[in-house]
Design a protein around this ligand. Structure first.
Ligand code: 6PG
Length: 514
């Protein structure tokens, strides 16, 4: 099968034939678009060409050895090039990846050795082409790219895409940011490719880095909920001495209720999986060392820079970092005995199941609350104060709507979140909305959540996200915190000054009598 097999004009070039890229091509083709697939490693393109030749979309999908041929067959104006490759941060990794593809020139690799230098996309695309970065790019990188493309008068969209390979095929959630002028020519193509729940799960997010900013927030919420689910499974497994398959019905019941969502669905499935090699439960053969490609870390860093509390996200990130020190933890387990203060008795079985469900739900609410707080804060940020970043305004109810389908954090909570923001466009925290405050204030719910965290603490068991979220809830609803002591300490050693409760103004200092 020849690698380059193009005939006539195409609407879109998709560069990056990973599993998501290939499936995204199938998605666009099924929606009536003509698409060219290109990849850095030509053998991958060749393999894809052979596969797609056998599929019903064959006439709509071409492949090209390099971007040079592909761009010669791209319709103009109104054609688009979508890059779906690993994100790189030009500040941290100035070479390689997207910026070579866009601005410096990339390569076409033949086998291990031979490679051909391909001119940069900015020199190849015909007039009026829209270039789309669909990687998990850092918002700061996207902001820089928006400026560079604007300087070159080339239309550019930085878009988050969520839903993995299945989402790319069946309909992901797509979060495009950039100028409205750049979005207009590709809006129909992207909105038809997205999941369709309450309308298209793709909508224009905002200017510049808005799309990748929202995708980053999405991933922070994802980290928090994933960690909470892991802690729920762990508590049931260890305290009830249950095998994963015995936990599955408990998870299935939660998934059928207000905890329902994609992450709960896949976690319920995972509990029932058996390893084909060993015949053991899949979870029992997976090493407890979590990976991360960086998005949850970026969310935490961005939140710290904006002064927004994201303890559930940060706790989930820390939990992944701690899990990476597997040998060290194994050694420490031999040296550091836990002086357990708690107890768990057989008669607490039903209580643990109920409390786990409540702690998990409370943590899910906290994770979304922190994500929407972060997006609200970015919308309100003054671009002057944030070195030009965040000069966009996010429609939080619309973001809740498009997250209802296709994305990893789609769940039962998004309808009430959307409703809460429609009822109060200035909502500061979803925990204040009646859709959630009614539950959070419920005496049994809170008693269960607190009992769960206390029990895990007493037994020295993982409670990173569930504990941090309870603390987030309690701190948020505490009118007077111990920060007065912090201010006194800071003034004592640094004369930083403080405010007083009994008079306006700042810059007061310790003036101990006597
Ligand atoms: C999505 C996922 C996806 C995720 C990667 C890496 O929305 O489809 O968020 O983009 O970022 O699977 O995830 P990690 O950061 O956990 O490595």
């Amino acid at each position: 099968m020849a690698v380059t097999n193009l005939d006539g004009e195409y609407d879109l070039i998709l560069y990056g034939l990973g599993v998501m890229g290939e499936n995204f091509i199938r998605n666009f083709a099924r929606n009536g678009y003509r698409v060219i697939g290109v990849n850095r490693t030509v053998a991958v393109t060749e393999k894809f060409a052979a596969q797609v030749a056998e599929e019903d979309i064959a006439r709509q999908v071409g492949t090209a050895e390099t971007l040079v041929e592909a761009c010669q067959h791209l319709k103009s104006p109104g054609g688009a090039v979508l890059a779906m490759i690993k994100a790189n941060d030009p500040v941290i990794e100035p070479w390689g990846g997207i910026d070579d593809l866009f601005f410096r020139g990339s390569i076409a690799r033949y086998g291990e050795q031979e490679q051909k230098d391909v001119p940069p996309l900015v020199d190849l695309v015909p007039e009026g082409t829209v270039i789309i970065d669909a990687a998990n790019s850092h918002p700061r990188s996207t902001r820089q790219r928006c400026a560079e493309f604007a300087r070159r008068n080339i239309l550019f969209i930085g878009t988050g895409v969520s839903g993995g390979s299945e989402g790319a095929l069946k309909g992901p959630c797509i979060m495009p940011g950039g100028s409205k002028e750049a979005y207009a020519p590709v809006s129909q193509m992207l909105e038809s490719a997205a999941a369709q729940v309450d309308g298209s799960c793709c909508t224009y997010i905002g200017d510049n880095e808005a799309g990748h900013f929202v995708k980053n927030v999405h991933n922070g919420i994802e980290y928090g909920i994933m960690q909470a689910i892991a802690e729920a499974y762990y508590a049931l497994a260890h305290l009830l001495d249950l095998a994963p398959a015995d936990i599955q019905p408990i998870f299935a019941e939660m998934t059928a209720g207000r905890h329902g969502g994609y992450l709960m669905e896949i976690s319920t499935l995972i509990l029932g999986m058996v390893d084909s090699e060993s015949g053991k439960p899949m979870l029992d053969v997976i090493l407890d060392r979590a990976g991360q490609k960086g998005t949850g870390k970026w969310t935490s860093q961005i939140a710290f820079d904006l002064g927004v509390p994201v303890p559930t996200v940060a706790a989930a990130l820390q939990a992944r970092i701690m899990s990476a020190y597997k040998p060290e933890r194994e050694a420490a387990a031999q040296k550091l005995a836990g002086r357990l203060a708690g107890r768990f008795a057989a008669e607490d079985r039903e209580r643990l199941i109920e409390a786990t469900a409540d702690a998990l739900y409370g943590t899910m609410v906290a994770a979304y609350a922190q994500g929407f707080w972060l997006m609200r804060e970015a919308s309100l940020a003054d671009p002057e104060d944030s070195n030009g970043s965040y000069d966009f305004t996010l429609q939080l109810d619309e973001i809740a709507r498009i997250w209802k389908g296709g994305c990893i954090i789609r769940s039962q909570l998004l309808d009430p979140i959307r409703e809460a923001h429609q009822e109060d466009p200035d909502l500061h925290n979803i925990m204040l909305a009646p859709q959630f405050s009614r539950t959070l204030e419920d005496e049994q719910f809170q008693t269960n959540w607190r009992w769960w965290v206390r029990t895990m603490a007493g037994l020295g068991l993982p409670r990173d996200a569930m504990g941090a979220s309870l603390l987030f809830f309690d701190t948020y609803r505490t009118a007077r915190l111990p920060a007065n002591m912090i201010q006194a300490q800071r003034d004592c050693f640094g004369e930083h000054g403080f405010e007083r409760v009994d008079k306006d103004g700042k810059g007061f200092h310790l003036s101990p009598a006597g």
